[in-house]
Design a protein around this ligand. Structure first.
Ligand SMILES: NC(=O)c1ccc[n+]([C@@H]2O[C@H](COP(=O)([O-])OP(=O)(O)OC[C@H]3O[C@@H](n4cnc5c(N)ncnc54)[C@H](OP(=O)(O)O)[C@@H]3O)[C@@H](O)[C@H]2O)c1
Length: 239
């Protein structure tokens, strides 16, 4: 008999995060729907439950220390096996480096990078008690410096905040993996591909469900699996 695993997905009320919660729920896992808006969170939990998932709401604003501490407190009794850092914002386009308001960059980094550190560090004491802890950071190939400097590669719009925040997140993933190398915690970054969600005005060509697949794969890596990697459905993505 296997014990039920518990996961927390940040920004799970819609888009790819919702589908990650649905995907982990379909595995029989208990899934915490991390979301900052009460109405949107409860609606998502109800929808997931109606689909048969063991979902529960976790009030969570990744930019707010008190909110993140409270979320860790809420999860303390259940325990936590998997954290998916999915919540992110673009900060709005255009954001060319020569014209961008530094406040935009600060806001995006606060959510997409510092939010990940804040949530990860708050959840680590719980994850350390799991037999097979996993951390998944939802990144993007637009954060790949190799892709950004490869002529003709798909790189998204020039962006001083969003793309760079994902480069920062990738670098952070590597540093966490190095520090946690002697533990059983696997931490990896994944890109969902260009999916139709609010983030891009639904211009993406993949479904959020397709985008969730990489997160489910990284959340379910076997013991001794890779850590400190960056991949999408096609395999490793260059840094
Ligand atoms: N869509 C794509 O093509 C694509 C491509 C590459 C990577 N990604 C990455 O995939 C992940 C999911 O993106 P998505 O396309 O599903 O975006 P989305 O539909 O805009 O959803 C973003 C989620 O993050 C939440 N969020 C934002 N700020 C938050 C905060 N401070 N605290 C808690 N939650 C917050 C949003 O909540 P609210 O509803 O309250 O705003 C929402 O639930 C992101 O990391 C994104 O960078 C997406």
């Amino acid at each position: 008999m296997t014990e039920t695993k518990t996961a927390l997905v940040t920004g799970a009320n819609k888009g790819i995060g919702y589908e990650i919660a649905a995907g982990l729920g379909a595995l029989g896992w208990s899934v915490g729907v991390g979301a900052r808006d009460d109405g949107r969170r409860e609606e998502a939990v109800a929808k997931l439950r109606a689909a048969g998932a063991d979902a529960f709401g976790v009030p969570l604003d990744v930019t707010d220390d008190a909110s993140v501490t409270a979320a860790a407190g809420l999860l303390a009794e259940r325990g936590l096996d998997v954290l998916v850092n999915n919540a992110a914002i673009t900060g709005g386009m255009p954001q060319e480096p020569t014209k961008v308001d530094p406040a935009t960059v600060r806001t995006v980094v606060e959510t997409n990078v510092l939010g990940v550190i804040r949530v990860t560090n708050a959840m680590l004491p719980l994850l350390r008690r799991s037999p097979s802890p996993r951390i998944v950071n939802m990144s993007s190939t637009v954060g790949s410096l190799t892709r950004q400097t490869t002529p003709g590669a798909q790189t998204g719009p020039i962006s001083a905040a969003y793309s760079t925040s994902k480069t920062f997140l990738n670098a952070l993933t590597v540093q966490y993996a190095k520090e946690l190398a002697d533990t059983n915690i696997l931490i990896n970054a994944g890109c969902p591909g260009f999916c139709a969600t609010d983030l891009n005005g639904f211009r993406g060509v993949r479904t959020p469900e397709q985008g969730a697949a990489i997160a489910v794969r990284l959340a379910t890596l076997p013991d001794g699996g890779p850590t400190g990697t960056f991949s999408d459905d096609d395999g490793p993505v260059p840094w």
